[in-house]
Design a protein around this ligand. Structure first.
Ligand SMILES: *Cc1c(COP(=O)(O)O)cnc(C)c1O
Length: 398
């Protein structure tokens, strides 16, 4: 169980010392060990794909490629990103709610192994494009469950969302499927929740989904080759040392996973969250209307996750002793501090009113667990501030 938590000395050794610090640091060795441990605790018949929307950095894709079953993508751009980073042979599966002709053509041209179909229209479109190309495209039907699913931070299914085919429409989709000669039905796809921290509850949800998949296949006389149970294994931003109980999840699911079914998972957050930090220098400190602010070299344009989730992102303050100016060094001691970025919007806040012992201009704020849905979901060019450095440290450094 590792978490990248670098020291001041380690950071100072790798960042650009000419400018105020603003960098993403990645520990690829620790990431590799973490992923190997997760893959190692899955049953042999299960396959773990990496959902690259969590972090599509080519260095991470290249590092992960030999250790995961393949990559899950949700756009044509992501297909090309995987191909460019890892070559023609790496396995790719594709989901996502809005598909075009061009997407399907690219899927076929780039050897994407399977499409997760999210509507009846998409089923017809994929069939038409594959027929035109004179080929057969393997597919899963993505299901949006009828019932509510408790316990996760983000709900993709079991609710009125834009994802998947409503459970009540699955029989229609299966009937339509039988006339789609250019598609090969292989099974069902479920990605119902994101950031589920309840491993036992997640196993129960997956078991229920497996039962549903089997009963539809039996009822409609179809071979069930693959069930993809999505991602959504949680992390806890309030407690960086907490870990999703992968072993417990696997144990609880095992009795439902027997047989020759290919079980797939496509996780993002749990794989890449832990082994990157986002480090920003404090450029200014002031009190306004009774609230203390630290202004950072950086902000939500690099790291939108805390504002997207409306949470205080976990951080540590790394003190730096050097102070180059003749005037007194602004600081804040034993009080609540709000960490704001450099953007001209009051929404550019990464943590609000968090108690700190001491923070000074020139100290560094190190945001932990910054590797998933950080840089990748952020509006990098809003206000044209400089991008952060991207630094890849190895075990010797971290
Ligand atoms: C985002 C997404 C994933 C990955 O979700 P995590 O919560 O990061 O594990 C997997 N499958 C689909 C369809 C997704 O949209």
């Amino acid at each position: 169980m590792t978490l990248l938590r670098p020291t001041m000395t380690q950071i100072a050794a790798v960042v650009d010392s000419e400018r105020p610090v603003c960098a993403f640091l990645h520990d690829l060795d620790a990431l590799r060990r973490h992923v190997l441990r997760i893959v190692g605790s899955l049953p042999a018949e299960a396959e773990l794909f990496y959902a690259i929307k969590a972090n599509n950095d080519p260095r991470i894709l290249r590092m992960l490629a030999p250790h995961v079953a393949g990559f899950e993508v949700a756009s044509s751009g992501e297909i090309l990103r995987v191909r460019e980073a890892t070559g023609p042979d790496v396995r790719i599966i594709m989901g996502g709610p809005a598909r075009t002709n061009d997407d399907i053509e690219l899927i076929l041209a780039q050897g994407v192994e399977r499409l997760h179909v999210e509507s009846l229209h998409m089923l017809r479109l994929a069939n038409a494009v594959a027929a035109q190309a004179g080929t057969v495209l393997p597919i899963l039907l993505r299901v949006n469950l009828a019932g509510p699913v408790p316990g996760a931070t983000l709900t993709m299914g079991g609710a009125a969302t834009q994802f998947g085919i409503a459970q009540s429409d699955i029989p229609d989709a299966l009937r339509l499927m039988k006339n789609c000669r250019a598609l090969r039905f292989e099974g069902f796809h479920f990605h119902t929740v994101s950031n589920n921290r309840d491993a036992a509850g997640h196993a129960a949800l997956c078991a229920m989904e497996l039962d549903l998949a089997r009963s539809w296949a039996t009822e409609h006389g179809l071979d069930l080759a693959v069930v993809n149970l999505g991602g959504g294994w949680g992390v806890d931003y309030d407690d960086p040392d907490w870990r999703f109980d992968v072993e417990g999840f696997t144990r609880a699911l095992a009795p439902h996973a027997a047989g020759d079914l290919n079980l797939q998972f496509e996780c993002g957050r749990i794989l890449t969250a832990y082994h990157a930090v986002y480090v920003c220098e404090i450029l200014d400190i002031k009190a306004v209307h009774g609230r203390a602010f630290a202004l950072l070299r950086g902000g939500t344009h690099h790291f939108r996750l805390p504002s997207s989730w409306a949470h205080n992102h976990p951080f540590v303050i790394l003190p730096r002793d050097a102070w180059p100016h003749p005037w007194p060094r602004p600081e804040c001691t034993d009080s609540n501090l709000t960490l704001a970025g450099e953007l001209c919007t009051p929404k550019d806040v990464l943590a609000r009113d968090v108690p700190v012992a001491r923070a000074r201009v020139g100290d560094l704020v190190c945001f932990l667990m910054a590797g998933a849905y950080g840089w990748d979901i952020s509006h990098h060019d809003f206000l044209c501030h400089a991008h952060p450095e991207s630094i890849y440290v190895d075990e010797a450094v971290a």
